[in-house]
Design a binder for this molecule. Sequence first.
Ligand code: NAD
Length: 493
Amino acid sequence: MTNAEEKILNYIGGEWRESSASEYLDVVNPATAEVLGRVPLSPPEEVEQAAQAAAEAFVEWRRVPPVDRVQYLFKLKDLLEQHFDDLARTITMECGKTLDEARGEMRRVVENVGVACGIPTLMQGYNLEDIARGIDEFMIRQPVGIGAVIAPFNFPAMIPFWFMPYAIACGNTYIVKPSEKVPLTMQKIFRLIEQTGLPKGVVNLVNGARETVDAILDHPDIRAISFVGSTPVAKYIYSRSAANGKRVQCQGGAKNPILILPDADMEMTTRIVADSAFGSAGQRCLAASLAVTVGEAGETFTEAIAEAARSRRVGYGLDPGVEMGPVITPQSKARIEALIEKGIEEGAEIVVDGRNPVIPGYERGNFIRPTVLWDVPPEGEIARTEIFGPVLGLMHVETIEDAIELVNSGRYGNMACLFTSSGAAARKFRYEAQAGNIGINIGVAAPMAFFPFSGWRESFFGDLHGQGKDAVEFFTQKKVVIERWLGEWSRKF
Ligand code: NAD
């Protein structure tokens, strides 16, 4: 593992390079406060070097047949499996989630590589003979050029893999800019990529923050930008990339509602909603943030979820039996605790108060225990703001129509879930809810790698999503060819 003295490196043109950055930030274990390494805020010149390396590599890489390109991904898949547990531990150490949660994240990494291995089929175009007599028309897909991902802190391994494997399998070359809060996992993954023998410059790693990102957005040779992070930054990146003529997809923040009907299986619902709200300390874009009970569901669910919140085992994610880790930074903890206070001021009742807990042995960690607020006013800040912490707000309404109206009144549209045993209610919800990922008796409706990771309204800016066929569309441009061949045998045309 990287230690406090060790500088995190960039990987450009197949070489590990120390950044010339004038500023470095500490990478801190959020449970122990131990410094794990130092990350450079790479200057624009290093983005330039990465773009140049990617541009040089592109000339040859796009000519490598798709069946040969995916051989590197098959090798990477094997290496990821071999180093699975070490990578999961690194995720836990720098990001705070439990080891089981980190393993779940790694599973999704491997799954995305697996799907991208199908590029020889997925990247095919289509054609029609005789669009007019003797004339044929083809649609073929070609790579876009150089792509880049700008990633958030909460899934250090998975999120770049919603994009990168598809990008390179389609013949593009690529730049990864990890979150400056969690750069260690990508250091390790790039060591594995290096072992696959992938030609130099096909993938590049540039660490940094805002200035590094701006250099990516403004670089004329980088043609496709994928961003995942908070909504204000998503909007900024979307508009700046578009103004620079790039294709761009930006996944933003969320405020995910879960509806609970009286006919739901309460025991299962409570367990699933608790996992959704408090898993990964609520730092998931698919975390339940508001639970809306309908009719008689109110009383039973409130008691049950309060008990689930109180009994959740909080601690260091590497320790056995721990069910929830810390939040990412002391600033994040302070922000979440201030939002809880705001909710109380707005009139919500605090049923379980997780603020400022003492976790023996980890007194310097950024811990907040699960928190439950009851009767959250729908117009208040707490009901409308992404908290990104282990805080569940409860609301109560009398009908499913009112509940769906509440769902659709929010600004975000990342996920909405319904718990019920009624197929008719489920269909109504699926049909009417304004969100891109829908769960029916599911608490974290995370699409598998062969489906697009959707998101609507303020949770997504763009047209094509990450993963699966959408990723193939995003990382290819269509070329249409119309052909007529004259010759002896075709004279009659
Ligand atoms: P963030 O927006 O602070 O940072 C994301 C990335 O943008 C980082 O790489 C960061 O270096 C860069 N960045 C930050 N500010 C910037 C600026 N002003 N200019 C240019 N670049 C900038 O997000 P975060 O705190 O790392 O991640 C949490 C957020 O991500 C939450 O809002 C969460 O909902 C969202 N998220 C969304 C999804 C999704 O699929 N919709 C998935 C995971 C996380």
